[in-house]
Write a protein that binds this ligand. Structure first.
Ligand code: ADP
Ligand code: MG
Ligand code: ZN
Length: 554
């Protein structure tokens, strides 16, 4: 079947074992990264076994593509979903009952319709395949309530083998799939989740769109790629920005009309060199081999989501980049999201745990790949192909700055007050902003004790203390509070290693330029000052579209 129908030479990885299990009538749980070739694991058994292979898939938008691709190979495949007219559905049903279908794709909500169950009962089923099985996990990022009802397949058809497949592989998700789909007797197949050709890079967010543009121009000119943004608005703005800069980009989010989404998706798959700017609504099941980069302009909500999204890069095995820009504001907005999310306290705790794991990955001084795989319970050697491997971050003993910052938070808490990072940093730097003065914070003993670091460096300290859970964001306003672990640092019982931040090239050069101009103004006397200043000022004034003149105050 592999050679005659699909035209491939050999099975990959554990495909052969999985296929043997299902052909033999056994259940299987398959955990394999994106692009590993999960579809074949149910397509081949569906052809070998008598009857129709019923595939439950949440990817309605891709069903047509999949069925067309199978038809081109001579496989008799069809789908049933809400996008069809009644007569189209009737036709598919008749083909199924006549035993003329090798594969039948169903949207999960179809199986919640008694009519569908009755229909299936009247035909012959080779197997059930439950694709994207992590959708059954109620706290995953792709939860589909309709997946919960799939447990009934076991009761209705105890003798039909079931195969559940997903690219999400933490032990917790796997256990939840087993319980919720009643797959206790299923053989489990877990592939390595390493994607050695993907270079992971995580940078501090400064001017995210400009940073992205620099990356694309320097390393990915003309390449196809995906840019993930958290909000629809940001998707639109980023796509427009790239277009304006001459990089062909398309937007994709759930707020766009279905036909616009379908057109953009089809164009991305078929035309070379397009950049898809999308929310996480885009990408599940997409089989485009030559995606050369996946960029995140906002912090993903979990390591699992991040891994799935970045896994869409480099499916052809050629080098690809996974690039993420993240900053303090991301932590605050995620906290806001968690606080305002539906669900009970336990649900919010799990969301928080996801965020903490994501932060730890961002601030790690170890190999990103080692950290990522450890999250999936797999071991690896430092890869030599991620940012922390190629330019290992220097660490420094940040115990004293950590103590200063935590003290400031503690002193404020003493006054029953909480503030965000910006205000706390102003206090440490001894800035007499209106707010600092009005609130009387110049009286705090911690006022002005932190001038050894700049505001950017302090923001880095805050981010890393958050990642190490020595500090927490209290609410959606981003106010800071101590954690259980903070006390040990304050009492000097625990040291804090911090990552040295890479200098920000663009910003430091612009700073140098302006300070040079100031030096000229102050050093040279009289007429010379005037000439130098006018020359300097008229250039910048022209650039700014202002009349070229200089005002002297003294
Ligand atoms: P997944 O669902 O695991 O993300 P797919 O099933 O979409 O991956 O397969 C990814 C790609 O790999 C497809 O283009 C598929 O045709 C190809 N593929 C799968 N198995 C093999 C194989 N044994 N040999 C060659 N190519 C394969
Ligand atoms: Mg798949
Ligand atoms: Zn590495």
């Amino acid at each position: 079947m592999l050679q005659t129908v699909f035209g491939y030479d050999a099975f990959r990885g554990q495909q052969a074992e999985i296929i043997e299990t299902v052909v033999g009538g056994g259940d299987a749980l398959v955990l394999m990264p994106t692009g590993a070739g999960k579809s074949l694991c149910y397509q081949v058994p569906a052809l070998v076994r008598e009857g129709t292979g019923v595939v439950v898939s949440p990817l309605i938008a891709l069903m047509q593509d999949q069925v067309d691709a199978l038809a081109a190979l001579g496989v008799r495949a069809a789908f049933l979903n809400s996008s069809q007219r009644l007569d189209q559905r009737r036709e598919v049903e008749a083909a199924y009952l006549a035993g003329e279908l090798d594969l039948l794709y169903l949207a999960p909500e179809r199986l919640n319709v008694p009519d569908t169950v009755r229909l299936l009962e009247r035909g012959r089923i080779a197997l059930f395949a439950i694709d994207e099985a992590h959708c059954v996990s109620s706290w995953g990022h792709d939860f589909r309530p309709d997946y919960l009802a799939l447990a009934m397949l076991h009761d209705h058809w105890p003798d039909v083998p079931r195969i559940a497949l997903t690219a999400t592989a933490t032990a917790a998700t796997a256990a939840e799939i087993v319980t919720r789909l009643r797959l206790d007797d299923a053989a489990q197949f877990v592939a390595s989740f390493d994607r050695p050709n993907i270079e992971y890079r995580i940078v501090a967010k400064d001017t995210p769109r400009a940073q992205l543009l620099t990356l694309l121009r320097a390393e990915h000119a003309g390449d196809a790629g995906i840019v993930y943004c958290l909000s629809r608005k940001s998707v639109e703005q980023t796509a427009a920005f790239l277009e304006k800069e001459g990089i062909p980009a398309l937007p994709y989010h759930a707020g766009l009309d279905a036909d616009v989404r379908a057109t953009n998706q089809a164009r991305f798959l078929r035309e070379p060199g397009l950049v898809m700017v999308a929310t996480i609504a885009f990408g599940m099941g997409i089989d485009k081999p030559d995606v050369r980069f996946v960029a995140h302009l906002d912090l993903p909500k979990s390591v699992e989501g991040y891994y799935q999204e970045t896994g869409r890069a480099g499916r052809d095995g050629a080098p690809a980049t996974a690039w993420l820009a993240y900053g303090l504001a991301d932590v605050v907005s995620q906290r806001k999201f968690i606080d305002s999310s539906d669900g009970d306290a336990a649900h919010r705790r799990r969301l928080s745990a996801h965020l903490d794991a994501m932060l730890a990955l961002c601030e790690t001084v170890e190999c990103r790949r080692v950290q990522l795989l450890a999250y999936f319970g797999q071991q690896a050697e430092p890869c030599g192909n991620c940012d922390t491997c190629t330019s290992p971050p220097q660490t420094w003993d940040g115990t004293v700055p950590a103590q200063k910052l935590l003290s400031a938070v503690w002193r404020l808490a003493d006054r029953r007050q909480r503030y965000g990072a910006g205000h706390v940093i102003d206090i440490l730097l001894g800035q007499t902003t209106d707010r600092v003065t009005q609130l009387g914070h110049t009286d705090l003993t911690v006022f002005g004790i932190g001038t050894e670091l700049g505001a950017d460096e302090w923001r880095g300290v805050v981010r890393q203390l958050l990642a190490q859970q020595l500090l927490a964001v209290a609410d959606g306003y981003g106010t800071l509070m101590l954690t259980e672990s903070s006390a040990a640092v304050l009492k000097g019982e625990r040291t804090v290693a911090l990552r040295r931040e890479a200098p920000k090239a663009a910003r430091s050069s612009s700073r140098k330029k302006s300070s040079a101009a100031e030096t000229v103004a102050l050093d040279a006397p009289g007429e010379a000052v005037f000439e130098r200043l006018r020359a300097w000022r008229s250039v910048t004034a022209k650039e700014a579209g202002m009349p070229p003149y200089v005002i002297f105050h003294d």
